[in-house]
Write a protein that binds this ligand. Structure first.
Ligand code: NAG
Ligand code: NAG
Ligand code: NAG
Ligand code: NAG
Length: 457
């Protein structure tokens, strides 16, 4: 019993050691190699034994992606037979077991098998068989992608589908990406992509699809080759029709203007191509086209009468139209702006009366001033007296009217005197005559004397 147990253990250990040792003899660092078309590719093999202690015999063979297997090289420690078809294509230098493909092409793709028999000199009869497989992938650089659109002409919103295709002449394992106005596009209700994203189907087309499209093609060795830009023009609208005016007063859809004021109305809508506009008058229970184009000019005098208007926008590509109605009311708004425009032209009777009244009031003020203050004398006093004496009480009376004829100077000092109280007493108190604003009056008429103190106070 013990003997059989020991034998089994021994066999197990031997097998374990054999497999363990076996995997140590050769090592391939990478089992998948990406190569670039036109470039060399080395399939390196490390050997973990002393070449002078062994005899070796092996082959490199290739299975293409379609499944055809060919033996490329048969070798021993000191002899190599290369398949005639591959002499210029591969490089093998025994006893180095690595295989070099000089210039990769797409046919080189597939699995490469290394079979190696190693016979150890010192252990006669022990032959270790090694088999390793390396996968080779050949990447082809991506050419500039070509973008195409069907249909090629502008399309009408909600009525058309658009198919975009992106294609490359060369390139392996290419993935495509789509951009509209530099924003990447993803699948959605209306956006459908083919499995490799080379086709984008938009169904149906909407206003927001309008823009500049571009596709990007990439693979592991070519990043982001970009196509040229292509426009998608979508006819849409009219949307958001509205009527605006810079003048008048707007309350909802009612515009109030001053009688006789010239008012412009603008009709605007979002539309591609641009709308054509017509303006329609709806007054008197009939509709009537007044004018065409985005602008309407109205001058109305008929007070308190509401007039109905309508702007109609029509897009001849989508065959859609929209209408906006508004009411025009003529009434005096009485804003400063309108007064200006009304009085700008000619002098109205009201203006004439105002000017005359102002003139008369000015004359009366001047008269009272003269009667109460005698500015001439006060000024003479100010100019002639020494400064210290200027605070003396002023002269209150009007001694002699015959002295009052002559040139008068009206003096005001900004910030110190209220305009209505330009009395001589204030003047007399000024210690300095600097910064005074003066007006010269020439009194040429004799005027009767009236008591005026109470009025000025
Ligand atoms: C085998 O050849 C390759 C290139 O042909 C070389 O890079 C590698 O170092 C060689 N290995 C040995 C052990 O000489
Ligand atoms: C758009 O695509 C839908 C679904 O594929 C199809 O039913 C419709 O007829 C297409 N419209 C046009 C204008 O090609
Ligand atoms: C005005 O229009 C209304 C409704 O469209 C109609 O009932 C009415 O008879 C019209 N009046 C005149 C004077 O045409
Ligand atoms: C549509 O209107 C534009 C002007 O707004 C005009 O140039 C164009 O010819 C019209 N197209 C059709 C099909 O009527």
């Amino acid at each position: 019993m013990e003997a059989t147990g020991g034998t089994a253990l021994c066999v197990c250990s031997f097998l374990f050691i054999l497999t363990e040792v076996s995997s140590e003899f050769i090592h391939i660092p990478s089992l998948v190699h990406h190569g670039t078309e036109g470039k060399p590719l080395l399939l390196p093999v490390e050997i973990h034994f002393q070449l002078d202690e062994v005899e070796i015999q092996g082959t490199w063979s290739h299975t293409t992606t379609s499944g055809t297997r060919t033996t490329l090289v048969t070798f021993t420690k000191n002899a190599t037979i290369t398949d005639m078809m591959y002499r210029n294509h591969i490089l093998f230098r025994e006893p180095n077991v690595s295989l070099l493909i000089r210039k990769l092409n797409q046919d080189d793709e597939g699995d490469y098998h290394l079979n190696l028999n190693i016979q150890f000199h010192n252990n006669k009869g022990l032959v270790v068989k090694e088999e390793k497989t390396v996968r080779v992938i050949v990447d082809v650089p991506v050419s500039i992608p070509v973008i195409e659109k069907y249909p090629s002409y502008a399309v009408v919103e909600d009525k058309a589908n658009v198919t975009w295709t992106c294609s490359v002449e060369r390139g392996t394992r290419v993935v495509f990406q789509w951009l509209r106005d530099n924003v990447p596009l993803g699948p959605g209700d209306r956006y459908h992509f083919s499995h490799d994203n080379s086709t984008l189907f938009i169904n149906p087309v909407r206003k927001e699809d309008k823009g500049t499209y571009r596709c990007i093609a990439s693979n592991p060795i070519s990043k982001g080759r970009q196509s040229r830009n292509m426009e998608l023009n979508v006819y849409y609208g009219p949307y958001n029709l509205e009527v605006n005016s810079g003048q008048g007063l707007r309350t909802g859809e009612v515009f109030t203007i001053n009688p006789g004021e010239l008012v412009f109305f603008e009709c605007q809508a979002d539309s591609n191509p641009p709308n054509s506009y017509v303006w329609i008058s709806k007054s008197r229970n009939t509709t009537q086209i007044i004018t065409e184009g985005p602008r309407l000019e109205v001058r109305s005098y008929r007070l308190a009468q509401a007039e109905e208007y309508m702007c109609r926008a029509f897009n001849n590509a989508t065959q859609k139209q929209d209408e906006a109605e508004f009411t025009l009311v003529v009434a005096s708004l009485g804003t400063g702006k309108e007064k200006h425009t009304q009085e700008g032209g000619s002098v109205t009777p009201l203006a004439a009366i105002t000017v005359c009244s102002l003139f008369i009031i000015s004359c009366m003020l001047l008269f009272f001033l003269k009667r109460t203050c005698h500015p001439k004398r006060v000024l003479m006093n100010i100019y002639n007296r020494p400064l210290a004496e200027q605070k003396r009480p002023h002269r209150s009376g009007h001694e002699d009217a015959s002295e009052d004829f002559g040139i008068y100077e009206f003096v005001s000092i900004p910030g110190k005197m209220e305009s209505a109280q330009a009395s001589c007493r204030s003047l007399a108190r000024f210690e300095s005559v600097q910064d005074m604003h003066t007006t010269i009056y020439d009194v040429i008429r004799h005027v009767p004397e009236t008591p005026s103190h109470s009025l000025l106070k």
